[in-house]
Design a binder for this molecule. Structure first.
Ligand code: NAD
Length: 469
């Protein structure tokens, strides 16, 4: 556990309760509220990103064997762009807004203030260990909160990077890193927070939600699940294969919005497999294990989980299927003619295995999707507007994306989050600021005789004759 600094500049470990108290004292002192303080922190964070690009890329390589390109595109640049946008818009976002008002309030001021919640807890996941932790943290700071930041213990190098680097740039009394696993998180969750932002699996999400009820703390839960892809026969299958496989195989499938499985008819399945073979060879050569562009599985527990799927559903493997425990390598794999009851369809795969479940048509696909938990995202590949509309109207998911994968995540004006088992709440762009902001309603009256007259009907003695119904 790391928090605070000693006079010699070294990290001073704080207990969990002590760290939260420190953040609370800082918030209560009013230090985090001025917009100038927030901007200064965000500018320092920006400097941290700029000065530590290579350290971030190295940490991601150590944890996941991320290529420089994927590390830059999906984490470092993503964080930098988000921060630029926040810094650019913050003065506007913090301004109180004045909603429309009725005749009765014509003399009054009706205002919505953007208040910070207080002390926020941000719990990150290991699969995008920097982006999923630091982006909400920046949003919490932008909104004027003090923050406790808890990196995932599974992405060790990134957790160490955050714990060692963040205190060099940010106000150590207001932004405090607490390292550790379930034990430390359990301890953290016993404390009173004013907002909890959790990213990770649904089961731990339930634990977080339950802990939050004790203090009636509002939460955002960014969870996972099985995100389907439907492909019909009106699409360009080569482009479709590229877009589906890129979404699946970045970070070796360890992406919350990765396509989990494909639904299509048997004819499309054959065309997709043919196109996929070509694409994978083009991207990763004859042997993906030798490619510098293909990631590894985060640890042996997750490797074992994926190996069990491959061992059980071996006979249906159409492409790939090899693995190497020593190297935590799982070959980009496609399993064809999958049945709904097969092992690969039990849980979120979260690895480079893509099952194809044959269905007759869009109606059968919609029925299949609706029989399961609401996904984080639904991908539909179709050129037919009526089919697109059918999926939009007849299914529920956190997001829906047509004719591509992942790219919707980068549109910062689209709030990102799940629904049902895939999550509660949303963030990205202004939605992140709003997530960490309490919209405080405010009515300001004056003592003008006209205003008093307008509202005088409320005082007794009441006269029913004044009622118009
Ligand atoms: P993880 O193991 O890193 O866990 C997430 C956090 O929960 C960690 O900080 C961990 O310390 C903490 N934790 C673990 N066990 C705990 C316990 N028993 N009590 C309290 N805290 C505990 O992440 P994970 O769950 O393996 O992440 C994978 C899942 O996260 C997938 O389901 C994926 O879809 C989902 N995910 C969702 C998003 C999103 O934005 N919606 C992003 C990434 C991952």
């Amino acid at each position: 556990m790391t928090a605070g600094t000693l006079s010699n500049g070294k990290q001073k470990p704080l207990g969990v309760a002590e760290a939260v108290q420190k953040a609370r004292d800082t918030f209560n002192s009013g230090r985090t509220r001025p917009v100038e303080w927030r901007k200064e922190q965000l500018r320092n964070l920006f400097r941290m990103y700029e000065e530590n690009r290579n350290a971030m890329i190295d940490a991601l390589h150590k944890d996941l064997r991320r290529s420089k390109m994927e590390a830059t595109l999906l984490e470092v640049e993503y964080l930098i762009n988000d921060l630029k946008d926040t810094l650019h818009n913050l003065d506007e976002w913090v301004k109180p807004t004045r909603p429309s008002k009725g005749f009765i309030n014509i003399m009054d001021d009706v205002v919505i203030h953007n208040d910070p919640f207080g002390v926020a807890l941000v719990i990150g996941a290991w699969n995008y260990p920097l982006q999923l932790l630091l982006l909400p943290m920046a949003g919490a700071i932008a909104a004027g909160n003090a923050v406790i930041v808890k990196p995932s213990e599974l992405s060790v190098a990134c957790a160490t990077f955050v714990a060692e680097t963040l205190p060099k740039y940010l106000d150590n009394d207001a932004v405090i890193v607490v390292e550790g696993g379930p034990e430390e998180t359990t301890e953290l969750l016993k404390q009173k927070f004013d907002y909890i932002f959790y990213t990770g699996g649904t089961n731990v999400g339930r634990i977080v939600y339950q802990a939050a009820t004790k203090h009636l703390t509002p939460v955002t839960l960014e969870l996972g699940g099985k995100s389907p892809v439907y492909i019909d026969n009106t699409v360009d299958i080569n482009i479709t294969a590229k877009r589906v496989l890129w979404g699946k195989y970045i970070n070796a499938g360890q992406t919350c919005i990765a396509p989990d499985y494909v639904l299509c008819n048997k004819e499309t399945q054959e065309k997709f497999l043919e196109a996929a073979k070509k694409v994978l060879k083009e991207w990763y050569g004859e042997d993906a294990q030798k490619s510098p562009d293909f990631c590894r599985i985060v640890n042996s527990r997750h490797f074992g989980r994926l190996q069990a799927i491959l061992d059980t559903d071996k006979s249906k493997v159409a492409i790939g299927g090899k693995y190497d425990l020593q190297d935590k390598y799982i070959e980009p794999t496609i399993i064809a003619n999958v049945k709904p009851g097969d092992k690969v369809m039990e849980d979120e795969i979260f690895g480079p295995i893509l099952p194809i479940v044959p269905v007759e048509n869009a109606y059968e696909a919609i029925k299949f999707i609706n029989e399961r938990e609401h996904p984080l995202v639904l991908y539909v590949f179709s050129n037919q507007k009526n089919i697109q509309n059918l999926f939009t109207e007849q299914t529920r998911s956190g997001s829906i994306c047509f004719n591509d994968t992942i790219m919707f995540y980068g549109v910062d004006t689209l709030p990102f989050g799940g629904v049902g088992n895939s999550g509660i709440g949303a963030y990205h762009g202004k939605a992140t600021f709003d997530t960490f902001t309490h919209k405080k309603s405010c009515l300001v009256k004056n003592f003008s005789p006209i205003g008093e007259k307008l509202a005088s009907g409320r005082y007794p003695p009441y006269s029913d004759g004044n009622l118009s119904f």
